[in-house]
Ligand binder design. Structure first.
Ligand SMILES: NC(=O)c1ccc[n+]([C@@H]2O[C@H](COP(=O)([O-])OP(=O)(O)OC[C@H]3O[C@@H](n4cnc5c(N)ncnc54)[C@H](O)[C@@H]3O)[C@@H](O)[C@H]2O)c1
Length: 252
């Protein structure tokens, strides 16, 4: 039985993770951490990392970028593998994650769904094959509580497709302020926020006389939680290093 600590335990994803783990017999949640500690679950939620009094095999993080410093200090000190699912990190925070991965196994993915990671691979291949006559636009839709925009997944898709282009790509988030035709080296990223949309990502390859579009729609938060648990079980026995969904997809 693998023991898990959840950071952001009182949030939407943290609660869904706890519910999901409760239905499994190969892992259990031993502690949570959150700045809100009023969760009435079957494990204790602490207000900071240094208050945790339980031993664990792995940590799963669905919290906020500002919390990453505490999480990494705790995990490197305790030699605890970490699955980082939070999105919206700054460059400095990303650097710290990479540097901590030389000491402990860290699994990092802006999107824990296997399907969206397959979609990323497919979009990479489409970008490689299609010529530069095709314009790439990404549309992402999320619920009205999401704080970062564009989503980490939209950026992941843009970065992967951009890496296949010869010219440096410019990400254009809004067109309202500049009145000129679309340039060839642009990837447009549009964000829609509303209601309870779990998460949708569509990549449009628009040619002169044809359009190819690929779309993923997450219909439950459990899609991401299931990926996060698989990632957690995957990295427990691993050497220090930075692991991603590509590593996991060879495993599941
Ligand atoms: N990688 C993925 O597949 C994936 C999927 C869904 C969500 N996410 C990301 O997970 C994160 C959480 O999403 P959510 O919808 O559960 O958000 P949420 O706001 O519902 O939950 C975040 C929780 O973290 C807590 N928190 C915030 N700052 C904290 C701090 N400094 N110290 C301790 N606790 C703190 C909040 O109190 C809250 O309970 C977001 O970054 C989101 O983009 C990633």
């Amino acid at each position: 039985m693998k023991k898990i600590i959840i950071t952001g335990a009182n949030g939407r994803m943290g609660r869904t993770t706890a519910e999901y783990v409760a239905d499994r017999d190969d892992c259990t949640v031993v502690a949570g951490v959150d700045k809100r500690v009023n969760f009435m679950g079957n494990f204790k939620i602490f207000s900071s990392m240094d208050k945790i009094d339980k031993r664990a095999d792995v940590l799963i993080d669905f919290s906020h970028p500002e919390f990453i410093w505490q999480i990494l200090n705790f995990c490197t000190k305790k030699r605890l593998p970490a699955v980082i699912c939070t999105t919206g990190f700054s460059d400095a925070q990303n650097k710290k994650i990479i540097s901590a991965s030389s000491e402990i196994p860290i699994f990092l993915s802006e999107n824990m769904s296997i399907s969206i990671n397959l979609m990323t691979r497919i979009c990479k291949e489409i970008t490689r094959v299609l010529d530069r006559e095709f314009d790439i636009e990404i549309i992402e839709r999320h619920h009205n509580k999401k704080i970062d925009a564009p989503s980490g997944t939209a950026l992941m898709l843009a970065n992967v497709m951009s890496s296949m282009k010869k010219d440096k790509q410019k990400y254009v988030y809004t067109r309202h302020s500049y009145r000129k035709p679309r340039a060839k080296n642009e990837i447009g990223i549009s964000c829609i926020r509303g209601g309870s949309v779990v998460g949708e990502h569509e990549v449009i390859f628009a040619g002169n006389n044809e359009i190819l579009s690929i779309k993923h729609s997450a219909q439950s938060k459990r899609v991401f939680v299931s990926g996060a648990i698989n990632a957690a079980l995957f990295i427990i026995q691993k050497d220090p290093g930075l692991y991603t969904m590509s590593d996991l997809m060879g495993f599941v």
